[in-house]
Design a protein around this ligand. Structure first.
Ligand code: IMP
Ligand code: MG
Length: 177
C-alpha cells in the first residue's frame, strides 16, 4: 500500500491489536479497581486506541482528551507545544495518559512532568506501541501493548502526513527510516 512517497506493508492485524487492548484493559481494571482514574488520551493518534481501551474499563472513570504535538512527517520535531485540554481540575486525581506510540519519549516525559506539577495523586501511561529509543531511555510507561523496533508505522489512529488514521490495522513503512 502506498501513501504519498512511502510504501507500507501489513504489520499487526486487527485481531492481534484487539487481543492486546483487552489485556491492557484487564491490567488497568485490576490496578484501578478502587480508584476513579482520569484517562487523558493524546490527540490525534490515540483516538481509536482510547475508544477501544476505555470501553473495556469497569471502574468509574473520567475521560478528557488532550493535545500536544512534536511530529512533522516521519521525524520528531524535537520542540513540543504545550499541553492543551484537560479543562477539569486534575488535583488529587489518578491520571492515565493514553498514547498511540512512544518513540523518543520526549512527548510523554514532558506531559508527565507537567501533570505531576498540578498536584495530581498519580500519573501513569498506557501506550499501544513502544519503539526502541523509549525502551533504551527507560521512559516511564506502565502499560505497553507492543514493543517494536524503530520502524515507522501507521493505521489504527496513527498517520503519515495526516493520512492513514482510518485503517483498522497497523502497517509499517517498507522503506528504511
Ligand atoms: P516521541 O515524543 O518521539 O515519543 O513521539 C511520540 C508521538 O509521535 C506519538 O504520540 C505519535 O503521535 C508520533 N509518532 C511516533 N512514531 C510514530 C510512527 O511510527 N507513526 C506515526 N506517528 C508516530
Ligand atoms: Mg501521539
Amino acid at each position: 500500500m502506498r501513501i504519498q512517497d512511502i510504501e507500507f506493508e501489513p504489520f499487526i492485524g486487527a485481531a492481534e491489536v484487539h487481543e492486546r487492548i483487552t489485556a491492557l484493559a484487564e491490567a488497568i481494571n485490576r490496578d484501578y479497581a478502587t480508584k476513579t482514574p482520569v484517562f487523558l488520551p493524546v490527540l490525534n493518534g490515540s483516538f481509536m486506541f482510547a475508544a477501544d481501551l476505555i470501553r473495556q474499563i469497569n471502574a468509574a472513570c473520567r475521560v478528557s482528551f488532550v493535545k500536544i504535538s512534536s511530529y512533522q512527517g516521519m521525524e520528531s520535531g524535537g520542540e513540543l507545544k504545550t499541553l492543551i485540554g484537560h479543562e477539569e481540575s486534575l488535583f488529587n486525581q489518578d491520571l492515565v495518559i493514553v498514547e498511540d506510540i512512544i518513540d523518543s519519549g520526549l512527548t510523554l516525559s514532558k506531559m508527565i512532568n507537567e501533570l505531576r506539577s498540578l498536584g495530581t495523586r498519580s500519573v501513569e501511561a498506557v501506550a499501544l506501541l513502544r519503539k526502541k529509543p523509549a525502551r533504551e531511555k527507560a521512559i516511564e510507561v506502565k502499560y505497553v501493548g507492543f514493543d517494536i523496533e524503530s520502524e515507522f508505522v501507521l493505521g489504527f489512529g496513527m498517520d503519515y502526513n495526516g493520512l492513514g488514521r482510518n485503517l483498522n490495522e497497523i502497517y509499517k513503512a517498507v522503506t528504511e527510516v
